[in-house]
Design a protein around this ligand. Structure first.
Ligand code: ZN
Length: 235
């Protein structure tokens, strides 16, 4: 289910049943001449969309902009370095809204720079501030009350990666930046959005050197693995 397609009564029912909420998060960033600038976002979005089709969960409004530090390129190449502070406030307000609707299990599927990257840290900061606010609102020493009287505040929001529910070799997707993994993924899941003929035979950017070896088959396999692992984790 997509939150924006639900009726008010469906929202109330989903919250009452503790239905998990998924939020796709990525950025708009230059990924080489052969990939769409939304590659990171599309990787997260494709998994959330498919998981929401296959199991009972709610897809909430996605986070498509985030800080990039202008690492890969600038605005003339389509890079969107959205500042961290307003991004953090936006995320916090969205998460607050979902908590106020009654949702208690929110999973942000984030793909850009990994768990220590700025976008992930902004989302984690929003989640931790909400936990502290709701904890302090109970007064002092609320952790000493019987468990049934303690609200869940510390584990309501998780920030995860596409591969968080995979293990061993399956979790070792060689994402890179516009490299083998991300190129294969876009070829497999969004074939019409990649333009491999734009990739020079010998790219002078180091992170594009392996991109030409990517195939749609590998991307499709990674997509299936990620989706299956998320469906299993939520079912
Ligand atoms: Zn990327």
């Amino acid at each position: 289910m997509k939150l924006w397609e639900m009726l008010p009564e469906q929202v109330r029912e989903a919250a009452r049943k503790n239905t998990p909420v998924l939020i796709a998060a990525g950025v708009i960033e230059y990924h080489g001449p052969h990939l769409p600038i939304g590659t990171d976002f599309l990787i997260a979005h494709s998994i959330v969309e498919e998981v929401a089709r296959r199991c009972e969960c709610v897809a909430a409004p996605p986070l498509i902009l985030g800080p990039t530090g202008s690492w890969a390129a600038g605005p003339l190449d389509g890079e969107f370095d959205f500042p961290a502070e307003p991004f953090f406030h936006y995320v916090k307000a969205e998460l607050r809204g979902l908590l106020d609707m009654g949702f208690r299990r929110i999973l942000v599927l984030q793909h850009h720079q990994g768990p220590e990257g700025v976008q992930s840290l902004c989302i984690r900061r929003a989640a931790s501030e909400l936990a502290l606010e709701d904890g302090r609102a109970r007064g002092h020493s609320w952790g000493q009350r019987p468990p049934a009287e303690q609200p869940r505040v510390f584990d309501r929001i998780q920030v995860l990666a596409p591969t968080s529910f995979l293990s061993g070799e399956e979790a070792q997707i060689p994402w890179g930046h516009g490299s083998l993994g991300e190129t294969g993924y876009i070829l497999g899941v969004y074939p019409s959005l990649a333009k491999m003929e734009n990739l020079p035979a010998k790219p002078n950017i180091s992170w594009l050197k392996e991109s030409g070896k990517a195939t749609a088959e590998m991307g499709r396999r990674w997509f299936d693995l990620c989706v299956q692992s998320w469906v299993k984790a939520l079912s």
